[in-house]
Design a protein around this ligand. Structure first.
Ligand code: ATP
Length: 372
């Protein structure tokens, strides 16, 4: 199976009605890489994918697949296979013929087609259903047929547009693992579009976050999680999301920097300032303080010092089986932690924290962020 890099350079799309869907997109998807394009509805991810597939014309910039700039190459000659959210199966054809369709079109020898279809059906565990029509298949099976049709063509790249969105939650998790496994085994360059950040984080070798047609950040999932470059990525990646509270950054006469949230003042450690000198420029300004839920602890239990404490009283406990989240307002904004050590011991998770309900802002870990 061929693999190829896919390189987008200054890629842009303006629809005929003047809508700008994608702007100046530079993205290099490496040989065999699984890249996920993620962002909220309308951010232009589908448009970008459709341009790579050749289903949408390119307004600006270029697309290269392998050695070839494909801007003017018709979709069928691009050697990419697309898997849609709707599966787009032929209802009148059985599973075998649906999978074989692309090969039949290309007039491959019958024997070769048969070998390849059966091989793929085996991998996808569809071999017992080859004679069935799509209407007699479950959602998950239909999804696998759609995958089979893409795989059997042995393309240079897979392009997938929300392929799991029609499945129920449990099946989605199963199919997600299966897609990851198949992609890894085949090593085919893959561009995968989703609005679901969990899907993006679990599937992608790298994740590209888009907002209103513009790429915000691209990197391995952990990098996006630990070092989101802006407020949008900080809020979008992670579930439960990063706590974002309005604050103010000030510098005192001794040169110390303080972050004020409501009536609490937090001392900004020198180490943080050294790591991010740009923060000095925020002094005297309103900022947004971002802290992941797992970086907040109960202050009493963590033996916190003044200058690192946000005072609040928990107002809600959310128990979801293995995860328990404690909600508390900070300066009237909702904040979440997964530190449940302070929960009342007698009746477990259902109660609010005992004691003062004081909650610590971690120790400005590398994952604590301050945005303008
Ligand atoms: P979703 O997840 O909802 O599919 P998306 O991130 O994939 O969203 P696109 O479908 O690429 O976003 O759409 C990007 C923008 O382009 C949107 O504002 C959309 O309304 C607009 N758009 C999409 N198709 C067309 C079209 N044919 N003509 C005009 N505008 C369009």
């Amino acid at each position: 199976m061929g693999v190829a890099e896919v390189v987008l350079s200054g890629l842009g799309k303006v629809y005929v009605d003047g809508t700008r869907a994608v702007a100046d997109l530079d993205l290099e998807i490496r040989d065999g890489e699984f890249l996920v394009l993620v962002g909220p509805s309308g951010c232009g991810k589908t448009t970008a994918l459709r341009m790579i597939a050749g289903l949408e014309s390119v307004s600006e910039g270029s697309i290269r697949i392998g050695e070839l700039v494909v801007n003017e190459v018709p979709s069928r000659d691009r050697d990419v296979a697309m898997v849609f959210q709707s599966y787009a199966l032929y209802p009148h054809l059985n599973v075998y013929d649906n999978i074989a369709f692309g090969l039949t079109l290309r007039k491959l020898p019958k024997k070769e087609i048969d070998r390849r279809v059966r091989e793929v059906a085996e991998v996808l565990e569809l071999h017992e259903h080859l004679q069935r029509k799509p209407r007699n298949l479950s959602g998950g099976q239909r999804q696998r047929v759609a995958m089979g049709r893409a795989i059997v063509r042995a393309p240079q790249a897979f392009l997938m547009d929300e392929p799991l969105s029609n499945l129920d939650a449990k099946l989605r998790v199963q199919m997600r693992a299966q897609i990851a496994r198949i992609q890894r085994d085949l090593g085919v360059t893959t561009v995968y579009v989703t609005h679901d950040q969990t899907e993006a984080m679990t599937l992608g070798d790298r994740v590209a976050v888009m907002k209103r047609g513009v790429l915000q950040q691209v990197g391995p999932p952990q990098e996006l999680y630990d070092r989101p470059v802006n407020l949008f990525v900080a809020g979008f990646i992670g579930s439960p999301g990063m706590n974002l509270v309005t604050a103010r950054l000030d510098r005192d006469d001794d040169g110390h920097h303080w972050v004020t949230v409501g009536s609490d003042a937090l001392l900004l450690p020198e180490s943080v300032l050294r790591a991010r000198p740009a923060l000095e420029g925020y002094a005297g300004r309103d900022v947004v303080l971002g802290i992941r839920p797992e970086d907040m602890e109960d202050a009493a239990l963590a033996d916190a010092q003044e200058g690192s404490i946000l005072h609040s009283v928990a107002d809600l406990v959310e128990a979801m089986g293995s995860d328990v989240l404690v909600h508390f307002p900070v300066d009237a904004e909702p904040v979440v932690t997964d530190d449940t050590r302070a929960l009342a011991e007698d009746d477990g998770t259902a109660d609010l924290p005992r004691g003062s309900g004081v909650v610590l802002v971690g120790r400005f870990s590398p994952r604590t962020h301050i945005y303008e």
